[in-house]
Design a protein around this ligand. Structure first.
Ligand SMILES: [Zn+2]
Length: 378
């Protein structure tokens, strides 16, 4: 994470850079902001800048030994603590250090993740995760060590509101008077849930959502979206980067469903058995939930075809390929077969829920569609 990778927040970046260059770094800083605001990416970019050996005016260099280690999240003077709990792999005496691999993976993949994403990554989404007593011991132990190679030892604490309250007193003294050249970067979403004693020792940096314009620009430059689609997604996300990425993923999933559905319907319409069987083979490999949502999506398209036949165009809010498909396909979905098609899909969804064999199910459904399309076209 460089400052240039952080979405929006021009003024905050400038403030952090100026403070660092002027040697005015306060030793305990709290990055406070909602999910999707970018508190973690901002803290990471700041940590990189502080450690960089060849700082530029607006960002870290990206190439010095320190930056290269941070690229892999493996800097010996950058330490991470975060909420954790026992999972399948580690059943007891857990602490942050046992989950560093997952933590690095998640950050490197996409630093705009949510707390829930992190719990899922550890495989403990239904558990209470905390920063526990063992973590506090580790923090104190690290503070006692000499820093390896950089001027600063940096300790990043993600979701500082999850400090286990009985463990926190140990930390208060070090937060108040950390050893020289130690930097605490705390990250939190809810000010009210942070222990007052911790809050009173930190300099607070409020991080708002990046905003629609910044999110839109990011989607265009980094995700290669066309301006119209980027505009729609950033508007729907209300300027929240995490939400924008979630919507984008959902959107991409839907387009994949569309292309698969269109291919399937073409095979069925032309009664191409080889094509159908190949399609079935592929589709059967997806997870059950994925298959169910695919059939739900198919049902939606069939309903739209019926609406199209009744010239209810104003009810169909589709654009591009989907709209063209509905227009071309709708003549074959009509009063002669629509009810049966819809029933067959509902039944298939029902059977998937009861663990039917997906290969048999999709093969059977395909040949029903072959027959029903002939009925529709006849
Ligand atoms: Zn550097």
């Amino acid at each position: 994470m460089m400052f240039s990778d952080v979405v929006g927040h021009k003024d905050l970046k400038k403030q952090l850079i100026t403070n660092t260059l002027q040697g005015r770094i306060s030793h305990t800083q709290l990055f406070l902001g909602a999910e999707g605001s970018g508190t973690l990416p901002l803290a990471l970019a700041f940590a990189r800048f502080v450690q960089c050996r060849d700082k530029k005016e607006t960002d870290a260099c990206g190439f010095c030994p320190s930056c290269l280690k941070i690229n892999k999240m493996e800097h010996p003077d950058l330490h991470f603590f975060f909420p954790n709990a026992p999972n399948n792999e580690h059943s007891k005496n857990v602490s942050s250090k046992l989950f560093l691999r997952q933590w690095r993976e998640l950050i490197l993949q996409q630093p705009y993740f949510s707390f829930l994403d992190w719990l899922k990554k550890m495989g403990i989404e239904n558990k209470q995760a905390i920063i526990n007593a063992e973590d506090c011991n580790d923090i104190i132990r690290i503070l006692g060590l000499k820093s390896y190679e950089s001027p600063y030892k940096i300790i990043v604490v993600y979701m500082a509101e999850k400090f286990y309250y009985q463990a926190a007193p140990k930390l208060l003294k070090v937060l108040e008077e950390p050893p020289e050249k130690t930097l605490f970067l705390l990250i939190a979403e809810n000010k009210d849930q942070i222990l007052k004693t911790i809050l009173s020792r930190a300099q607070i940096l409020k991080v708002p959502l990046p905003g629609e314009e910044s999110v839109k620009a990011e989607l265009i430059s980094k995700q290669q979206l066309d301006p119209k689609r980027a505009g729609t997604i950033s508007f729907l996300s209300e300027g929240n980067m995490h939400e924008a990425l979630r919507l984008l993923k959902q959107d991409e999933g839907q387009m994949a469903d569309f292309h698969s559905f269109r291919e399937w319907m073409r095979f069925c319409f032309k009664n191409q058995t080889a094509g159908i069987l190949k399609w079935v083979e592929q589709t059967s490999r997806a997870g059950r939930e994925r298959q169910k949502s695919f059939l739900q999506y198919g049902l939606k398209l069939f309903r739209l075809c019926v609406l199209q036949n009744y010239h209810a165009h104003e009810l169909i809010r589709l654009e591009g390929e989907e709209a063209t498909f509905i227009k071309n396909f709708s003549p074959y979905v009509n009063h002669k077969n629509a009810t049966e098609v819809v029933d067959a899909f509902h039944l298939a969804i029902n059977h998937l829920e009861r663990n039917a064999n997906p290969k048999i199910l999709f093969t059977d459904l395909s040949f029903q569609l072959v027959r029903l399309m002939r009925v529709g076209a006849g």
